[in-house]
Design a protein around this ligand. Sequence first.
Ligand code: A2H
Length: 256
Amino acid sequence: EAVNPQEYTGVKLEVLEWGNDAKDLIASTKGLEGLKVYMVAATLRPETMYGQTCCFVGPKIDYGIFKVNDKEAYLCTPRAARNMAFQRIFEHDGKFPQLASFQGSVLIGTLVNAPLSVHKDGVRILPMETVLATKGTGVVTCVPSDSPDDYATVMDLAKKPEYYKIQKEWAELEIVPIIKTPSYGEMSAPYLVKELKINSPKDKDALAKAKELAYKEGFYQGIMLIGDYKDMEVQKAKPLVREKLIGQGLAFVYNE
Ligand code: A2H
């Protein structure tokens, strides 16, 4: 685990409709009545939320639903819930009441609202084998235009929908340009994945390199192409988008 403290934005993706595998489990879960359930995705790039096309969980990782207060419950790893409780994100005096527990695979196909996304009807929960249980919330929102990992994963999912037991179209929501950079054009992730000849989400070393390049170029040279801060430098827009999300109750600061 990282030694350096990392300040994430916890983005709240409200569950709009549970997938087939989750429905029964949720129906038999006590204590959820009257609560909105949010998948909490940990991101370092809040300014990219306009480009969300799906949301990933690790199919073999353990998740839980935790009661935050009388209105809301969060879905994330138990480890993240414990950290959030320490950070007083839950209104239970350091406790984090767990209402349900299951593996990520149960969530596949669930429809969630992705804040700021161009896809207003919601996005689907899909599997990503490389999600770490030891980082963030175990929920990774997918921005294939700007994250090489996300792009490589959605391409793979769309190639093998039967293998992943998903509907192909869930992995094929339109990818729109959200940030332009001098070196990689209007979509840095597809550009770098092609340039570095990355064929699969398992090309670890090449993906690490692509991620590093995309991250640096986006942060230092990127210009927003969309949203309230269109034409602004990414460096300036990043904290503004974050504050906007937090102000609307759609995100919170999460440290680890
Ligand atoms: B980022 P760091 Cl557009 N397992 O958000 C694997 N990856 C995880 C994770 C986990 N448990 N939790 C978070 N992440 C991802 C957006 C994004 C991200 C873009 C571009 C780059 C990027 C959309 N996905 O990250 O190891 C999340 O993806 C590249 C740094 O703590 C999170 O931000 O540095 C990032 O990794 C956190 O990685």
